[in-house]
Design a protein around this ligand. Structure first.
Ligand code: 5GP
Ligand code: ZN
Length: 114
């Protein structure tokens, strides 16, 4: 989508610090990290949110989690643990309408979240 912030990041129109990418998925550093490690895992195809039918009918979600598994292991996040979060809607504070999974690590994370 031409006016989507994360689509612009995928196209390189907005710079980002890429941690990992393949043909379907990109993982990059969040611009305002809430922990020592804060990355965003996104599909390269524009997906609005968790209600997109392509997430339950196809291989996209498998690709995203394969990338999350690979990178979290390769970068050592799995050692002490980490959190994977999707914010949906106003109450959750969703700000960018391109599906993204926050990967947050590197400190003790509170539960329940604020
Ligand atoms: P949400 O609140 O929608 O779940 O998360 C959106 C995330 O995108 C926020 O954590 C925010 O810091 C991050 N973000 C917003 N704009 C940019 C940007 O231009 N570059 C990067 N790397 N992250 C961004
Ligand atoms: Zn997009």
């Amino acid at each position: 989508m031409s006016d989507c912030l994360f689509c612009k990041i995928i196209k390189g129109e907005i710079p980002s610090q890429v941690v990992y990418e393949n043909e379907a998925v990109m993982i990059f550093k969040d611009i305002a990290p809430v922990a020592p490690t804060h990355w965003l895992a996104i599909p390269k195809s524009h997906i609005d949110n968790i209600y997109d039918p392509r997430l339950v009918d196809g291989e996209l979600l498998q690709s995203i989690f394969a990338a999350i598994q690979h990178v979290s292991e390769a970068e050592g996040l799995s050692e002490n643990g980490f959190r994977v979060i999707v914010n949906y809607g106003n109450d959750a504070g969703e700000a960018v309408p391109h599906l993204h999974f926050h990967l947050i690590a590197g400190r003790k994370l509170n539960w329940p979240p604020g």
